[in-house]
Design a binder for this molecule. Structure first.
Ligand SMILES: Nc1ncnc2c1ncn2[C@@H]1O[C@H](COP(=O)(O)OP(=O)(O)OP(=O)(O)O)[C@@H](O)[C@H]1O
Length: 257
């Protein structure tokens, strides 16, 4: 059987005494576009942060491309896989953050070429070629030599997407990428993601509050509450005929906004 690209198995995650995930199971197959929706504080961002090993776990297994991110040590409990292995895993994942996280002292182009050169050992010529193609993809070829602080929020986020794609990841993780934007800038960013989904068949895992967008582009939508998937399914089924009361109440509140 084909391995999922991402797999959480019986995962436990706590912050101090607060349990975020208990016996949590979740997976994403290659080629799938999965959206996670749900109320604030339900653990959606934590899920992505665990994948990026920005957060640890207390139990269970998280696998990326079939390989675990942590292993068990008899004295220390769960410890991250060695740096070489994590480095390899991170190459499978590209993350776009809510607040862009661009390097302010680097030009747009350098923001995109930095990781391919420093992490993947690409030459400047190779990295520049990738950056030029990606800047074209996100419609910002004319901004290559500008610095992030001279761009609009929507343009910054499009650079954020290009930067994540520059590492040629197998999956793109998108953490509420439009929630820090003024409403008139949201569509230009969503258009880039639409294009990736429709024309490039990219595997994606999105945490989003953009319900209409999740419904439009996802293969599967998961409604998350209190660290658990309450309900999941194809968007048309989940959005039109949610079974669970919690899903119904959440969608009613969000879709009427
Ligand atoms: N570093 C941390 N230390 C302690 N608690 C944390 C930490 N990070 C997150 N939490 C808590 O974990 C819970 C889940 O947070 P998370 O950010 O994953 O939720 P979310 O569903 O993404 O919320 P939102 O939609 O508001 O971004 C929240 O109760 C949050 O306060």
């Amino acid at each position: 059987m084909k391995q999922p690209l991402i797999e959480f198995k019986n995962v436990e995650k706590r912050f101090g005494d607060t349990v975020i995930f208990k016996d949590f199971n979740f997976s994403v197959e290659e080629g799938e576009i999965v959206s996670i929706i749900g109320p604030s504080g339900s653990g959606k961002s934590t899920l992505l942060r665990i994948l990026m090993t920005l957060e640890g776990i207390e139990g269970g297994v998280v696998r990326v491309a079939g390989k675990p991110l942590w292993h068990k040590d008899t004295d220390k409990g769960l410890v991250p896989a060695d740096e070489k292995h994590l480095h390899e895993m991170r190459n499978h994942l590209g993350m776009v953050f809510q607040h862009f996280n661009l390097f302010p002292h680097m030009t747009v182009k350098r923001n995109i070429t930095e990781a391919p050169m420093c992490v993947q050992g690409k030459t400047k010529i190779e990295a520049n070629k990738i950056a030029d193609e990606l800047l074209e993809l996100v419609g910002l070829s004319d901004k290559a030599d500008m610095y992030p602080n001279s761009l609009s929020g929507g343009q910054k986020q499009r650079v954020g997407i290009a930067r994540a794609l520059a590492m040629q990841p197998a999956i793109l993780l998108l953490d509420e990428i439009t929630s820090a934007l003024d409403p008139e800038l949201v569509e230009e960013v969503l258009d880039v993601i639409r294009n990736l989904a429709l024309k490039h068949s990219f595997t994606m895992l999105l945490v989003t509050h953009e319900m209409y967008f999740a419904r439009e582009i996802s293969d599967r939508v998961c409604f998350f509450d209190q660290g658990a998937i309450v309900e999941e399914g194809e968007p048309e089924t989940l959005f039109i005929h949610p079974k669970e009361e919690r899903t119904q109440a959440f969608l009613k509140a969000y879709m009427s906004q």
